[in-house]
Design a protein around this ligand. Structure first.
Ligand code: CAO
Length: 477
């Protein structure tokens, strides 16, 4: 039985190296070329392979140790009988360390033979490890460029990883990659990736034979942070323009509400697959009824606009189409069904867009709603809304009716899954079967989150809102 001493290899000019990972323990059986430990200098990370197949007898260093001298002993391996007679000397002395020195071709064959018989190394993350078949090893050796073909055996078992999603990492495969694609990375790099939540399939490899290096993971993380700082979350940023070149300009700051709105809109736009569906409600009767309430409105001191009717119609349609009253669960695998009917109402203020919430719309009458809408809009414009008065909405109504326009595509106020855009009503000729008659039509646009709401759900919801506004007697039912 031979005792092989694994030593610190040629440091390539580095002043010291740190033991950053021990990948074996005393008593472990190791295969030739199996990584024993990982050293890191200022410039590079080196995985030290075992020069022989055998059993780890002594480990002379601990993780975190810093070593300044080349040739310092690190480990003792008792060679098994098969590897006795191997010409591999002490690794430190032979200079055979990691990828720093090529082995002879004959050695490579021996190494492969040993590695084939050796059991797969024990790994903390065994599920993510796939032991390559002998054919795969030979295949990879054959595919290696000539300069590397004579190197030590191809990556050992723990050197490869099937592309299991890293906990906390995004599971999306790299563009052009497939979920089952393999990545090549050493144990230290894989651990680093796990700690940082990086999906190695998305990292571009710069090492030999598409091997992912520590620097690649760091570059990936840096790039992601830069993207996020630029507000793009991976989306190419818009180039800065010097507008002064084209004419006189002045600059200003967004209000605090403006900044929050910008962030919320951007988040919703990027995360939610929006579909917008259009329709128009014939509100001729509703308008006649509303005008007929002018005296009552004056007596109550409340302005009666179409908006309370629209809120009431939405609450009824939410009750009958509960899909629109859901929220997607955080992991995207389920939903929360709301059993209440609180509606957000977009209010245009000088400081920006605010969305107070009118609670329990289903239980309130039109006058009560009209008064509350006016009160909330006044509060919003006076900057007196409390935080809790802007929370808990199930669905939002954004009415631009008083302002104008024939239609628009509202952005969903996430985590709600629907929003109704209301445009300006107008009298239009409508074919009633025998003639064109003047009717007051209210353009409506419903945006919904297509992850939760299907076209059928959205269509039924909007059709019901249209029907309820066309015949408000149905709102009493
Ligand atoms: N079509 C035609 N006229 C309409 C209308 C419509 N769809 N909706 C309201 N009107 C009329 C009202 O009847 C009222 O007319 P009278 O004064 O003759 O009665 C007038 O427009 C003004 O209404 P209002 O604005 O005082 O009240 P409202 O109930 O219609 O709206 C509120 C309240 C708070 C929704 C509204 O003031 C508001 O802020 N809207 C803007 C919402 C917004 O910015 N949405 C965009 C969000 S995305 O950027």
């Amino acid at each position: 039985m031979n005792i092989e001493t694994v030593r610190v290899p040629d440091l390539g000019g580095a002043e010291e190296v740190e033991v950053i990972e021990l990948t074996v323990a005393v008593g472990d059986s190791v295969a030739v070329e199996q990584t024993l430990l990982v050293l890191e200098s200022e410039k590079a990370t080196m995985e030290l392979p075992s020069p022989v197949a055998g059993v780890v007898k002594k480990i002379l260093v601990a993780e975190g140790d810093k070593i300044e001298r080349e040739g310092e002993p690190l480990m003792e391996i008792e060679g098994s009988e098969e590897s006795e007679g191997s010409e591999a000397g002490e690794s430190g002395e032979s200079g055979e360390s990691g990828e720093s020195a090529p082995a002879e071709e004959g050695e490579e064959e021996d190494a492969q033979a040993d590695a084939k018989e050796a059991p797969p190394p024990e790994e903390e993350d065994q599920s993510a490890v796939e032991t390559p078949s002998a054919e795969e090893r030979d295949q990879r050796a054959a595919e290696a460029p000539p300069a590397q073909a004579a190197r030590p055996a191809p990556p050992a078992a723990q050197d490869r990883e099937t592309a299991e999603p890293t906990p906390g990492a995004e599971s999306r495969p790299a563009a052009g990659g497939s979920p089952g694609a393999e990545v090549y990375a050493g144990p230290y790099v894989r651990r680093l990736a796990r700690e940082l939540g990086v999906d190695l399939r998305r990292v571009e490899a710069s090492g030999p034979r598409q091997r992912i290096l520590k620097e690649d993971v760091q570059a990936f993380v840096r790039q992601r942070l830069d993207d996020q700082a630029a507000g793009g979350g991976g989306i190419p940023s818009v180039p800065e323009v010097d507008y002064g070149r084209f004419g006189p300009v002045s600059e200003g700051e967004l209000t605090k509400i403006g900044r929050l709105t910008a962030a919320n809109m951007h988040r919703s736009w990027l995360n939610v697959p929006h579909v917008t569906q259009f329709d128009a409600a014939d509100i001729t009767e509703l308008e006649a009824f509303r005008r007929g309430q002018a005296q009552e409105a004056e007596a109550r001191g409340v302005k009666l606009t179409p908006v309370p009717f629209i809120l009431k119609a939405c609450a009824a349609a939410l009750r009958d189409n509960p899909v629109l009253n859901r929220a997607l669960s955080a992991n995207g695998a389920g939903f929360v069904q709301r059993e209440f009917f609180h509606l957000g109402m977009a209010v245009d203020t000088q400081r920006g867009l605010l969305v107070p919430v009118i609670r329990d719309v289903d239980r309130k009458g039109i006058w009560e709603l009209a008064a509350e809408i006016a009160e909330m809009a006044d509060k919003a414009r006076a900057g007196k809304l409390k935080v809790n008065e802007m929370q808990g909405a199930c669905f939002t109504v954004s009415s631009l009716g008083a302002i104008g326009g024939e239609g628009f595509t509202p952005i969903i106020n996430t985590p709600e899954v629907g929003i109704l855009g209301v445009s300006r009503s107008a009298v239009r000729p409508l074919w009633n079967g025998t003639e064109f008659a003047p009717r007051t039509l209210l353009p409506l646009s419903l945006s919904y989150d297509h992850r939760v709401v299907n076209g059928g759900d959205g269509g039924r919801f909007l059709t019901q809102v249209v029907a309820l506004l066309a015949d408000i007697r149905a709102l009493l039912l």
